[in-house]
Write a protein that binds this ligand. Structure first.
Ligand SMILES: [Zn+2]
Length: 475
């Protein structure tokens, strides 16, 4: 979302067709806004000279009263203005007593504006100001103003002097945050390329040999940067409709139209959700794969299936079976006739089944991690020899002929569980196991019952401890 707006010194005829969220106008007037779709920041060009502003500012609060009275008819002449900038680019802020006067001036001006029912963009600080450590001086004005206004230029490009000339507002934000002073929303009410920062005679982008496209690239860079900072609401590059001294800064109709284009957001089409899943081999490396998905249709036809509804590994009875993914362990019951002693591991939106076991190693509802021992294999249920059967169900998927069963082959990504499981998951699993141990042992009579149970628990925790060690090694 672009934050670029437009700045008008003299309002050109072509600008009436253009709408951006934020605009700024010098010496605006008239009963009706020429930009009804924009929030317009106004600035009165008091006597066309910053030295005049400085004279008001040097007088502090009293100067603010005089300045306000000087401007009041101008404010009332454009009632549609959203907020007003005050005295332009206070200089010389390096003079400590002037800086204090400026702080008093701004605070009083904000109060006078608010009493008149007008919103304020306080500051209008020039390039490089306030100086290091000065921002907290303006506390009183900042905690009351509607906005903070800053001007940012650099040369020969906007990127040059980044952090000092342009993007300097980040220093202000840091200083104000450190001092715990409220940061009003920031309006960058002037910006662009200005040789004045180098004390060079060259001024606007044209004087540095940039064409409109090259200048647009600078503005695009700046837009990207200020969009990273939520405190900044807009930046209005100086200026559309320049008077004769500022022709080299001209934001032309072409550039203005490009700015408008930046606000037209292209929403990319949302891709359909893709089900992603990683399943790790649930038996030790080197185990013999004996039957794939869909094999032996004649045999499985007797059970109404088009073929084998999972994957088999021929492993000796008592082989450690490990979870193929992170999830929650459940004891199997519904398919006991087919799978004998079996269990489930539930993931989010899917679950895996481990069949034909001899002993379950985890407890109902226990969080388990990929690679954690959950069962010893066996030869129970409908089985023609010792093996492990792995089944997979995916909530959003029905495989024709297989119902909820789906082919795990598509998701088997590796022989081994991942090296690093997030430590948080490991901690959750470990805590559950320990809490469960304490619950159970409270009801046991020592020592005959506890000793074998302790050995079982050590077994269950071994998998977690193993993975914890590997996770720590991986760091
Ligand atoms: Zn099988």
């Amino acid at each position: 979302m672009s934050k670029l707006g437009l700045h008008y010194q003299v309002f050109p005829e072509w600008a009436k067709k253009i709408a951006v969220p934020w605009a700024k106008m010098i010496d605006p007037g008239g009963a009706v806004s020429p930009l009804p779709q924009s929030r317009v920041i106004g600035r009165l060009w008091v006597d066309y000279d910053n030295a005049i502003n400085a004279a008001y500012i040097a007088r502090g609060a009293a100067g603010a009263e005089a300045y306000f009275q000087r401007c009041l008819s101008g404010y009332r002449n454009a009632p549609w203005i959203h907020c007003w900038e005050g005295a332009n680019e206070p200089v010389p802020l390096y003079d400590a007593s002037f800086a204090l006067s400026c702080a008093a001036f701004l605070a009083r001006w904000v109060d006078l504006m608010h009493a008149e029912g007008l919103k304020t963009a306080v500051g209008s600080f020039g390039v490089g100001w306030p100086g290091d450590g000065q921002a907290p001086l303006f506390r009183e004005a900042l905690i009351r103003s509607d906005y903070l206004a800053v001007h940012e230029y650099a040369a020969p490009t906007m990127r040059d002097g980044s952090g000092f000339w342009t993007l300097r507002y980040r220093k202000l934000i840091a200083e104000l945050k450190a001092a715990k002073i409220r940061i009003p929303p920031i309006l960058i009410t002037e910006c662009g390329i200005d040789g004045g920062v180098l004390q060079q005679s060259g001024k606007g982008y044209k004087d540095f040999g940039l064409n409109e496209e090259q200048y647009q690239k600078e503005l695009a860079w700046y837009d990207t940067e200020i969009s990273k900072d939520g405190e900044v609401l807009c930046a209005t590059p100086f200026t559309c409709g320049p008077k004769k001294d500022w022709l080299s800064f001209e934001v032309t109709e072409k550039i203005a139209n490009w700015v408008v284009q930046q606000h037209i957001i292209v929403v990319p089409p949302v891709p359909p959700p893709v089900f992603t899943l990683k399943l790790f081999k649930p038996v030790p490396p080197g185990s013999r794969f004996t039957q794939g998905w869909g094999e032996n249709p004649a045999y499985y036809g007797q059970s109404g299936l088009p073929g084998h509804n999972g994957l088999d590994w021929g492993v000796p009875e008592g082989t450690t079976v490990t979870a193929a993914h992170d999830g929650v362990f459940y004891v199997g019951a519904q398919f006991a006739e087919a799978y004998g002693t079996y269990c489930w591991v539930y993931g989010k939106g899917f679950r895996t089944l481990y069949g034909h076991g001899s002993k379950l190693l985890a407890k109902e509802g226990q969080p388990v991690l990929a690679g954690q021992p959950i069962m010893l294999s066996g030869n129970t249920g409908h089985s023609t020899g010792p093996h492990l059967h792995l089944g997979l169900q995916i909530d959003e998927l029905v495989t024709p002929g297989y119902g909820k069963w789906d082919d795990p082959t598509k998701f088997m990504v590796s022989d081994t569980a991942p090296l690093v499981t997030p430590l948080h998951d490991l901690a959750v699993a470990l805590r559950w196991t320990i809490e469960e141990s304490v619950r159970e042992m409270k009801n046991m009579t020592p020592p005959a019952q506890i000793a074998p149970r302790l050995l079982e628990l050590v077994d269950a925790e071994k998998g977690i401890a193993y993975r914890l060690e590997r996770a720590l090694e991986g760091k």
